[in-house]
Every structure is written in C-alpha cells, then in structure tokens.
Design a protein around this ligand. Structure first.
Ligand code: F0G
Length: 349
C-alpha cells in the first residue's frame, strides 16, 4: 500500500533517500453527516473522520513526516508535550522507527486511551504537575539543550504532514469546500489545513479556498477572547490549551479565509458528541465534537447560505476517552441472567 508520504511526495519536504516511517496513516473517509445536512436548503455537511488513523487521531499525518525527517537528520530520540494524542502518535512512530520517545503530559488531565497508547508503545511518560502550556515551555527548552528532536507542531514537518488532509478532501470532493470547521487547541491543525488548501489552489487542483472556522471550548478559548488564557479548563482535555503555539499562523488562516472563531460550553460539546454518535453512528472524542456544535450554530444563526458545502474535521476517535462517554450516558440496565427478565426490559422499551 502507498504511504501518505508517497501519495503526496511532491508537496512534502521528504528527500528521496529518507527511510519512511509509516503505519499506514491518512486516506481517512469523508462521510456525509445526515444529522446536520439540510437537503431542502442544499447544505451538505461532511465529516473527515481522522479517528480512523492508526493511532486514532489526525496527529499521525504529521508524525509520519516529523519522525521520518527526525530520523533522516540523525535524531536518536524525540520529545513532545501533549494533551494526549500527540503523545500516543509520537510513541507509536518512535516505536516503528526504533528510537525513544519522551512525552510530557499534564498530570491526571489526559484521557485514558491516550495514556494507554503512550505506555504500550514504550514511550517514557513524564507527568508534570502543570498543564499543556507548562509542558510546552519545558520541552522547547529541553529540545534546544539536548538536541532531541521536538515533534510538537512548532516543528514545520508536522504541519507539512497534516496539510495532506486538505488535499484528500479536495481530491474527494473535486474542489475545496465552502466552509471548513475544526477544533482549535495548539492551533497547528488549522494552520496546516490552510497551507494545504493554498498549495492545492496554486497547483490548480481546486479553484477556491474555504472559510476556516476554528472552534474552541469556552474555558480554553484564547482565539475568541483575543488573548492567552491562564489555567484553561474544559471536559475536552485534548484542547485544554491557553497559549497556542501557532497563534500567528492560525490568525492568518482565519483572516485570509474570512473565517471566524467560536467557543462552546462543555455541555454543548458533550451534546454534539452524543448527537453525532446517536444519529450518524460516528463516535468522536469531545474535542472533535466542538466543531459540530460550531456547524450547527452557524447554520441556525443564518450565516451559512443555501447550497453550501461544509467539511468538519473529527480529529480523534471516541474510544480515546471512554470515561467521559460513560459518565454522560445512562447506566446499563442490570438484570439477572434470565430470559424472562431480559424479555421484560425489551418489551418495556
Ligand atoms: N482535536 C484533538 C482530538 C486533539 O488531540 C487536538 C490537539 C486538537 C483537536 C487541536 O489541534 O492543537 O492542532 O489545534 N491535541 C494536541 C495533543 C495538543 O497534544 O495531542 P491543534
């Protein structure tokens, strides 16, 4: 099978002699969302389901390029700060490359599935008594000091890999969508998509660029507020970030595309997550669902004209965070192992 790097090699900085580190990332489905699309108004909404990547999030697109390039330039180890998904992906790609990953995570603030991944892939997991922004400051200074390759999205190879999601969307739709909604935390992904849409336009593969709409959690919404947030808080731990590293790039994406930023409460985020799970059969993590809340609000408030094509990125799989899913769901019905008791439940429904 072709790797992501092979599929888009002419758009990527990977030299021909580099050993490509791949776990078959990319090529994720673009699925129509029947729960939000409005047929009578011609509004079509698609989800780019990035939870289908090998470690269950979009990070793998960036990590294949970042780890390939780190190895090519002689790195023996990689390091990152993470709210969970970057650490899972870095751990997996480092394992595949045969090098060590060091991952710095906020104590008690990452979803269980992500922690399990980092541990299983053999990363050295370092929990700090601080948040992601503290971790970011630490790994930046340590990477400078030790020469260990930094694989957070401040590494341009991460953005180069992640822009391929925009290529795939244009390849699937035959053009860029009118609007692209996505969750924003450290702001690397919105910057990467904008890069991708621009490069495809320049290459003549599309004839428009979408408006970029960045969605944040109300307790961690620096772009909506216009300034960094101290001690961000949200149930969507993946985007619990107050000082986004790609601030300028993300602002440029929003301004150049004439897009906007939105923020949603934890309640709205969880309700959007449940809605797409119950009505479209797609289980995404809370951070991903924030962009569905964004699409719905933007349609409801009338800012989306009829006949628009909308894409939203569901950045990570719901199985990453089973605890949050179970906590917001009704408890299973408990009965004895008895036909009559189970039948009684079924007939009551
Ligand atoms: N969605 C999920 C599931 C994420 O894990 C992240 C970021 C984002 C959205 C936001 O993307 O940072 O490029 O704006 N997770 C990082 C991590 C910070 O450490 O896993 P962004």
């Amino acid at each position: 099978m072709q790797t992501l790097i092979e599929a888009y090699r002419s758009f990527l900085p990977v030299p021909a002699d580099a050993r490509v580190i791949s776990i078959s990332e990319g090529g994720t489905p673009l699925i129509p969302l029947t729960s939000i699309s409005l047929r009578d108004r011609g509004i079509a909404v698609y989800a780019k389901c990035e939870g289908m990547n090998p470690t269950g999030s979009f990070k793998d697109r960036g990590m294949t390029v970042a780890v390939t390039m780190s190895l090519w330039s002689g790195a023996k180890a990689i390091i990152c700060a993470s709210t969970g998904n970057t650490s899972a992906s870095a751990a997996a790609y480092a394992a595949r490359a045969g090098i060590q990953a060091f991952v710095v995570i906020p104590d008690g603030q990452i979803a269980q599935g992500k922690l399990a991944q980092a541990m299983m892939h053999g990363a050295k997991v370092i929990q700090i008594s601080g948040d992601f922004d503290d971790g970011m400051a630490i790994v930046k200074s340590l990477a400078d000091e030790t020469g260990i390759a930094l694989v957070n999205s401040v590494n341009p190879h991460r953005l180069a890999g992640q822009k391929t999601a925009a290529f795939e969307i244009v390849d699937a739709l035959g053009n860029a969508p009118d609007y692209h909604f996505l969750p924003v935390g450290n702001a690397g992904n919105i910057s990467a998509y904008w890069l991708g849409y621009n490069e495809y336009l320049e290459a003549g593969r599309s004839n428009q660029r979408p408006r970029m709409i960045g969605c944040q959690a109300s307790g961690a919404a620096p772009f909506v507020l216009g300034n960094p947030v101290e001690r961000p808080e949200t149930v969507a731990t993946a985007i619990r970030i107050g000082r986004p590293q790609s601030w300028d790039l993300a602002r440029t994406a929003q301004k150049e595309s004439q897009g906007w930023f939105l923020a949603f409460s934890d309640e709205e985020i969880l309700s959007a997550q449940r809605d797409v799970a119950e009505r479209d059969g797609i289980f995404c993590e809370p951070a991903s669902a924030v962009c569905l809340a964004g699409v719905r609000e933007s349609i409801d408030t009338g800012v989306i004209p009829d006949d628009s094509v909308i894409v939203c990125t569901l950045t990570g799989h719901g199985l990453k965070d089973p605890a949050t899913a179970i906590a917001q769901s009704p408890a299973p019905t408990r009965v004895r192992a008895d036909v009559a008791e189970v039948r009684a439940i079924i007939s009551a429904d």
